[in-house]
Ligand binder design. Structure first.
Ligand code: SF4
Ligand code: SF4
Length: 102
């Protein structure tokens, strides 16, 4: 087993750090990570009083929404390319990333 990495045109090695988890308790639903992810991995959801998850429009007006809190979720983790842009922009340090063994 070794760590998955790629060789860049320069000859340098890049080891992608794939998204592993997102701490919903820390997340404030600001949407910054969603905007920078180039791969459509993330999805904003609303958490209702009963813990139900409903889809949310990132630019929606909050006034008459039926959820209590918005949180980001990893909807399509398999599309992640390990760029860590989401983690770098997150103001609450919600993300955990890691290399993968191959
Ligand atoms: S590491 Fe990059 S591709 Fe993966 S979820 Fe974060 S921003 Fe998207
Ligand atoms: S940037 Fe961080 S706090 Fe903002 S929505 Fe994404 S995970 Fe949540």
């Amino acid at each position: 087993m070794s760590t998955y990495s790629v060789t860049l045109p320069s000859g340098a090695t890049w080891t992608p750090q794939f998204v592993q988890s997102l701490d919903e308790a820390k997340c404030i639903g600001c949407g910054r990570c969603f905007k920078v992810c180039p791969r459509g991995v993330l999805e904003l959801v609303g958490l209702t009083e009963d813990g139900e998850r409903i889809s949310v429009d990132l630019d929606a007006d909050d006034d008459d929404e039926e959820y209590e809190k918005k949180v980001m979720t990893i909807a399509k983790g398999e599309l992640c390319i390990g760029c860590t842009a989401c983690s770098k922009i997150c103001p609450k340090k919600c993300y955990t990333h890691g290399a993968v063994e191959v």
